[in-house]
Write a protein that binds this ligand. Structure first.
Ligand SMILES: *Cc1c(COP(=O)(O)O)cnc(C)c1O
Length: 546
């Protein structure tokens, strides 16, 4: 007999952040947007998935620059009026104290059910734990991860949701694995038996392709914070190593793990080759939620090239109007507009296009190319903030053709990836795990001009649906890499992008249409979650999706 939907076992998706709607700022960037798109696509396809996250009181930083280019961080309470109170409270142990957690629920953003955990319980001295996403010191981070991991497992139990598979999106949720082991040991299993059974319940997605970017904690800190959840030092070390690495833990706690782009799979395998006892690694390339990010008019199969261009020009004018409102600069809709919006952090090299000014100075002075930048830096990333300040300088130097939009968010992301002509991406290879903004751009006919990093090698056909910057070789030193990539960027820009835009309009529009066609399904969130379902959630059960 078929079970009722409510009795069906669920996939429980754990993530620190979710980008569901621009103003509901429980997200910081790519990881959260991906999680939000995952939930929306699961909802669209009726995949039995529930999600666990944190109800951040203030969410991620708001960032402003003053006239001088100084960067200011501020925080504001999030509007949580769309959340439903489940009436459920669970408790976790943090620093040997019992910390109450309230459980909220939302499906208001057309997403699969999302349960948000909140320590801001009236009268609780621990209300501050869920205050700021990626705020606080290492101990506060561990406290947040106990809430997400241990609290999440307990919340699902209290909600009487039967879980078939736990999906940890990034290492932040790894402590949920310790909670599951600990539960089984309370039922009488040995540590190794409990671990073995727990592994069968978990799948894990890793993102950060830079070893230093993966979170580690001294075991003493985990013990002191009560994050060991009853396990001994030796048991913790077996799972996450010494110091305890959250990604290594994810790899050893799961039955299967995945990367988020083909190139990222190679990088991930190399990075963790020394880790014994890890789950087999496969790749599932990210995708983006079409209804959220794509101008739906492009879905019309009968669109001709002039209609395609018209839609684009409309989107470009909307963006130009937003830029005018925000900065007072009026860009021109008949001149090439290049967009660059990323987290401001050194490896993304937002300044690369200015690194040999003689190559672009005249074009910028004449307004033949116009550049729009946006992005936030992490509040503690002083180099990232310096990049914002230097972009502010460039805006002063070229007031008619360079703009910096402050306080990047989903609304700006959507407008930029619809309204620019070209989407520029020039990270140090191979440090970009995937880079989903390029997919949003591509499915709106905004042509990618990108280093062959992240997802782009899978989609790029140079001169057909966008352009590659340089080739796949990477020089030994960072300095040489910067020089080589800058040279390749200028070559592609000056010899291909600019001439095509101004002198070969029909080829340009043809490329736009090829871009949309080659990306809209292949890099959609629905393709992505179907792959998760078939390869990760329900392998060998022969239950494909209709
Ligand atoms: C899509 C998106 C991202 C992720 O894009 P990347 O290409 O990984 O930088 C980050 N922030 C916002 C607001 C987005 O819309």
């Amino acid at each position: 007999m078929l079970k009722k939907e409510s009795e069906q076992k669920k996939i429980a998706y754990f993530c620190m952040e979710y980008g569901l709607e621009s103003d509901f700022k429980i997200y910081s960037g790519g990881l959260g947007i991906l999680a939000g798109d995952h939930l929306k696509a699961c909802r669209d396809l009726n995949i039995p998935l529930v999600a666990i996250g944190i109800k951040w009181k203030q969410g991620y930083v708001e960032q402003r620059l003053d006239e001088m280019g100084n960067v200011y961080d501020c925080y504001r309470d999030i509007d949580a009026s769309k959340l439903e109170d489940t009436g459920i409270t669970v408790e976790v142990t943090i620093r040997e104290n019992q910390v109450p957690i309230k459980v909220w629920k939302t499906e208001a953003f057309q997403n699969a059910p999302l349960f948000l955990l909140d320590t801001d319980v009236s009268g609780s001295p621990y209300h501050g734990i869920t205050k700021q996403l990626y705020g606080g010191n290492d101990e506060e981070r561990v406290a947040q991860e106990i809430v997400l991991g241990s609290g999440g497992v307990k919340a699902l139990k209290a909600l009487e949701i039967e879980v078939e598979t736990y999906h940890f999106n990034e290492g932040h949720a790894a402590l949920a694995g310790l909670e599951l082991i600990s539960e089984k040991m309370k039922d009488g299993l040995s540590f190794h038996e409990a671990w073995e059974q727990t592994r069968k319940q978990i799948v894990f997605t890793t993102h950060t392709p830079v070893e230093a970017g993966n979170e580690i904690h001294p075991i003493s800190r985990l013990r002191y914070m009560s994050a060991n959840i009853g396990l001994t030092i030796e048991q913790l070390a077996e799972i996450g190593g010494i110091p305890f690495n959250m990604t290594v833990a994810g790899l050893r706690l799961s039955r299967k793990a995945n990367s988020v782009a083909e190139l990222h799979l190679d990088t991930t395998k190399k990075m963790w080759r020394h880790v014994t006892g890890k789950a087999p690694l496969i790749n599932i390339t990210n995708g983006v939620h079409g209804q959220t990010w794509m101008d739906q008019r492009y879905l019309d199969e009968n669109l001709n090239s002039s209609q395609c261009w018209e839609i684009h020009q409309e989107n470009k004018k909307i963006l130009i109007e937003t830029i005018f409102e925000r900065t007072g600069t009026k860009l021109k809709s008949d001149k090439l507009l290049i967009g660059f919006a990323r987290r401001m952090t050194p490896y993304k090299r937002s300044n690369l296009i200015f690194s040999q000014p003689e190559n672009v100075d005249t074009l910028l002075q004449e307004g033949k190319i116009q550049l729009v930048f946006s992005g936030k830096s992490h509040p503690m990333d002083s180099k990232g903030k310096a990049m914002l300040s230097s972009l502010h300088e460039m805006q002063k130097k070229y007031p008619e053709s360079v703009v910096l939009l402050q306080n990047y968010d989903m609304n700006l992301g959507a407008q930029l990836t619809r309204g620019c002509d070209v989407w520029l991406n020039n990270p140090q290879r191979p440090k970009e795990a995937c880079g989903t903004s390029g997919m949003k751009a591509a499915m709106n006919g905004v042509l990618n001009l990108s280093i062959l990093d992240g997802w782009w090698p899978e989609a790029c056909r140079h001169g057909y649906n966008g352009w590659a910057i340089g080739d796949e070789t990477v020089p030994q030193t960072e300095e040489k890499q910067n020089l080589k990539d800058a040279k390749a960027l200028y070559e592609a820009l000056l010899n291909e992008v600019v001439p095509t835009y101004y002198d070969d309009h029909s080829k340009w529009v043809e490329m736009m249409m090829k871009s949309i066609e080659s990306v809209k399904e292949a890099f959609s969130a629905s393709r992505m979650v179907q792959e998760y379902w078939n390869k990760l959630y329900a392998p060998n059960k022969g239950r494909g999706l209709a």
